[in-house]
Design a protein around this ligand. Structure first.
Ligand code: B12
Ligand code: SF4
Length: 371
């Protein structure tokens, strides 16, 4: 016996999801061309995992042969305050809203597992569930399932939740009556394109991830390109600007999920705190947080870039400690930060102290680089 659609909806809301959409796989257009354009333009930067499964990624039917319908769930992580106000707090570490609570992958996966078990136990139906855990392009699928539309920043926007929600996917081997696909309601608004500090949204619906602060601070493992460092400001993990300015957020609601409400210790801590932080404790401190996955070197690199942008000379002594760090990405970010905060004479004195021990070609270049 197949479950009734209303039973599915009831169960999904009981599990604490905030919206649900359903689509038939036959109604989902193949995204091969859009994905190919993105990849051939190099817009994915170093995210080579987007290339690896590009054929499977182009349509969810390629993930599981038996699938007929897809359920897309939305989990609201709406903040209590508009995070756009945080970018002026230059001496504070501005962590994007989604990363202030627990890792959404864990939260959504647990709930979808429960849903999948319920389907099996009550209806003997197998299913497959994912939250960024399979090569599925979740946003175009979610739009056909009626959850929202892809805004000009490329993320899904909802008439009821605004910008602040995650997506999760369940594939099913049965037909369920589909929801109505959502239409685009951006109109002539270009707020997300205009606000982007790095001009990463190169045209409506087209993101050059290589310039996106979310990519640079989370996905990118190397030395952050010099021309983008100033523009990162105090954003140390992800970026919310294009979401935060969306006018549809007048309908957004504050999340009531205790796991997604920002932890106090991640709500704009002072940069000085993370400069003095005992990085041996990184994994413990960021337990269950998405920040854990970038590791301590990348996180400290980001803290140092933000410190360079802080205009706060008081941070120099704390930054100097990292000029001897084992990681070249940390050392070069520390050099950039002290150079930003000190006069050229004082910077030269620091350089003369440390440069003799340097062996890494990029870091040596960082010491000698002059604008
Ligand atoms: C890779 C990735 C990133 C990369 C690249 C982002 C990107 N836009 O591709 C980086 C690291 C930059 C990133 C950043 C963020 N991400 Co991200 N990311 C993903 C991931 C894993 C894959 C996205 C993907 O397939 N990209 C490939 C490109 C080609 O696909 P696309 O973005 O859909 O692009 C479409 C448009 O270009 C469109 N298109 C082209 N021309 C036209 C014309 C028109 C008219 C239209 C309508 C469309 C259109 O065609 C493409 C295919 O649909 C998804 C999870 C998943 N599996 O889907 C999460 C996901 C998209 N990310 C998410 C989040 C929350 C974020 C951040 C907000 C995090 C933060 N605060 O820092 C930022 C937002 C930055 C931004 N403006 O996109 C959420 C978004 C939820 C939502 N409401 O949409 C997702 C869905 C994760 C999740 N499960 O919840 N992310
Ligand atoms: S997340 Fe920030 S940097 Fe990336 S596109 Fe949006 S506004 Fe631009």
């Amino acid at each position: 016996m197949n479950p009734k659609k209303e039973n599915i909806l009831k169960k999904i809301y009981e599990l604490g999801f905030d919206d649900i959409g359903i689509a038939s796989l036959d109604d989902i257009p193949d995204q091969r061309e859009e994905l190919e354009n993105f990849l051939s333009g190099g817009f994915h930067g170093d995210m080579i995992w987007l290339e690896k499964n590009k054929d499977r990624r182009s349509h969810p039917s390629k993930i599981w042969d038996d699938s007929i319908s897809v359920i897309v769930v939305a989990k609201n992580y709406g903040p209590a305050e508009n995070p756009i106000q945080n970018i002026s707090r230059k001496t504070d570490a501005n962590i994007s809203v989604y990363a202030r609570g627990d890792d959404y992958h864990l939260i959504i996966k647990d709930k979808l597992k429960e849903f999948s078990t319920w389907l099996k136990e009550h209806f003997e139906i197998d299913s497959r569930y994912f939250v960024d855990t399979a090569p599925i392009m979740e946003k175009p699928v979610a739009q056909i399932a009626g959850l929202g539309w892809q805004g000009k920043h490329t993320n899904l926007v909802s008439q009821t939740l605004g910008s602040w929600f995650f997506l999760g996917i369940v594939l099913l081997p049965i037909h369920i009556e589909p929801s109505k696909a959502e239409l685009n309601h951006c109109g002539s608004c270009t707020s997300c394109i205009d606000i982007c500090p790095t001009n990463a949204i190169i045209a409506p619906h087209k993101l050059d991830a290589r310039k996106c602060i979310s990519y640079l601070t989370i996905e990118y493992k190397g030395h952050i390109p010099r021309d983008l460092r100033d523009k990162i400001g105090n954003r140390v993990y992800g970026c919310d600007d294009c979401l935060a300015v969306c006018p549809w957020n007048k309908f957004a609601q504050v999340t009531n999920d205790i796991h997604l409400i920002g932890r106090d210790e991640l709500n704009l801590p002072n940069l000085g705190f993370f400069l003095d932080f005992d990085y041996d404790d990184f994994t413990t401190y960021f337990m269950n947080s998405p920040i854990k996955r970038i590791g301590k070197d990348r996180f400290l690199r980001n803290i140092l870039i933000a410190s360079g942008n802080s205009n706060s000379k008081k941070l120099v002594k704390k930054i100097e400690k990292h000029l001897k760090n084992n990681s070249p990405i940390v050392r070069s970010a520390a050099i950039w930060a002290v150079k930003k905060l000190l006069s050229i004479e004082k910077f030269r004195t620091v350089r003369d102290t440390y440069i003799q021990d340097e062996f890494d070609p990029y870091v040596l270049e960082e010491w000698n680089y002059s604008e």
